[in-house]
Design a protein around this ligand. Structure first.
Ligand SMILES: Nc1nc2c(ncn2[C@@H]2O[C@H](COP(=O)(O)OP(=O)(O)O)[C@@H](O)[C@H]2O)c(=O)[nH]1
Ligand SMILES: [Mg+2]
Length: 304
C-alpha cells in the first residue's frame, strides 16, 4: 500500500496498522484507512484492496472468536460467591486479579492481552473464598456478557470518571451489585484525587480508589467485595469449646434456624441456642430459632 500523496490522517492510520499488536487493533486501523482513503478514480484499486483485506481480517477474527468462546467458558464452575472484574483494556484488571487472588494472568501495556476469562480465588480473612473472574476487556472481541449477567457482584474498574458510565451501559442486563473501583491513583496528584473522590461520593456510588501497582486501598476493596454479597458469617460453637474458625456463610437476615439447618442438615435437634455478638444484647443471650443473626455472631447450640 503506497502511502505517498495520502493525507496525514491516512498516514497515521497506516502506521498504527503496521504497528498494531492484535488483529482487533489492525482491523480498527484498517477501517480508518478505508475512511481516509481518497474516493476518486485514481485510488479505486487501492480502496478495493483495502476492503478485501478488511473482510479477510474480519473473517479471521470471527473464527478465532468462535473457538476461544467455546474453549474459554470450559472449566469455570460457579462458586457460591462470584464477582467479575470488568473494564476497558489497560484499566488494570489482570493486575488487580493477581494481587487479590492466586491467579497469575498476564499483565501488560499492550491492549487486549487477556483473551479469555481468568479465574482466581480470593481469600478473605482466612475464613472464606470468593471467586473472582477477569472478563476480557469490554472494548475487545473477547468480551463475555454471559458471566457478567450471572455474577452477584461486579467490579467496575476504571482509570477515568467517564469510563464509569461507558461501562455501566454495557452491563445494564446484569443485576449484580456494582462496586466502582478507580485504579492507578499512584499516577495522580493529591488535589486531583480529592476532586475524583468528591465526584464519586456525590454520585452516591459504592466506590473505592486504589492502586493495583502500589497496593493502595486493597484491604478496603476486599471488605467492600465481601459486603456486596449481602452475606453474613456466623461461627458455631459447642458448649465448653472455642468457636469454630470456619464460619457458616448465610444470607443477610438469616435466623438461628437457618444456621442450624446449614450446620446439621437435620431438623429438630436443637435444644437450646445462645448468641454472642452483634445481634445479642449481652454475651450468651438465650434466643429462639427465629432470632435474626448478624455478621460475626457466635451461636452456641445445645443438641437434644
Ligand atoms: N501506575 C500504575 N499502573 C498500573 C496499575 N495497575 C495496572 N497498571 C499497569 O497498566 C497496564 C495494564 O494492566 P493490566 O492489568 O494488564 O490491565 P487489563 O488490560 O485491564 O488487564 C500494565 O502496564 C500495568 O502494569 C496501577 O495501579 N498503577
Ligand atoms: Mg487483562
Amino acid at each position: 500500500m503506497a502511502s505517498t500523496n495520502q493525507s496525514p490522517q491516512y498516514q497515521k492510520a497506516e502506521s498504527m496498522f503496521l504497528n498494531a499488536q492484535t488483529s482487533e487493533e489492525r482491523l480498527k486501523w484498517l477501517e480508518e484507512m478505508i475512511r481516509e482513503c481518497p474516493k476518486h478514480k485514481s485510488s479505486e484499486k487501492m480502496l478495493a484492496n483495502l476492503k478485501t483485506r478488511y473482510i479477510k481480517l474480519k473473517e479471521k477474527i470471527e473464527s478465532q472468536k468462535k473457538t476461544s468462546r467455546s474453549s474459554g467458558k470450559k472449566g469455570i464452575k460457579k462458586e457460591e460467591m462470584q464477582a467479575v472484574i470488568v473494564g476497558l483494556t489497560n484499566s488494570g484488571k489482570s493486575s488487580l486479579l493477581s494481587i487479590l487472588t492466586n491467579a497469575k494472568p498476564q499483565v501488560g501495556e499492550n491492549p487486549f492481552i487477556t483473551k479469555q476469562p481468568e479465574v482466581g480465588m480470593m481469600n478473605y480473612n482466612n475464613e472464606l473464598q470468593i471467586q473472582l473472574i477477569e472478563i476480557p476487556a469490554m472494548d475487545s472481541e473477547h468480551y463475555d456478557k454471559g458471566l457478567v449477567n450471572t455474577a452477584e457482584v461486579i467490579i467496575i474498574l476504571v482509570t477515568e470518571l467517564k469510563q464509569i458510565e461507558e461501562t455501566q451501559k454495557e452491563i445494564n442486563k446484569s443485576a449484580g451489585k456494582q462496586i466502582i473501583v478507580f485504579n492507578k491513583i499512584d499516577l495522580i496528584g493529591e488535589s486531583e484525587k480529592r476532586k475524583i473522590f468528591s465526584t464519586l461520593q456525590s454520585r452516591k456510588y459504592d466506590f473505592v480508589m486504589i492502586s493495583a501497582k502500589e497496593n493502595l486501598g486493597i484491604e478496603e476493596l476486599k471488605d467492600k467485595i465481601f459486603k456486596s454479597f449481602d452475606k453474613i458469617r456466623v461461627y458455631s460453637k459447642e458448649p465448653g469449646k472455642p468457636k469454630s474458625n470456619n464460619p457458616i456463610i448465610l444470607e443477610l437476615r438469616s435466623t438461628v434456624e437457618d444456621a442450624a439447618k446449614k450446620l446439621f442438615k437435620k431438623k429438630d435437634i436443637i435444644k437450646e441456642a445462645s448468641v454472642t455478638g452483634p445481634s445479642s444484647k449481652f454475651p450468651n443471650q438465650k434466643v429462639s430459632l427465629k432470632h435474626q443473626l448478624k455478621d460475626r455472631d457466635i451461636v452456641e447450640f445445645k443438641i437434644k
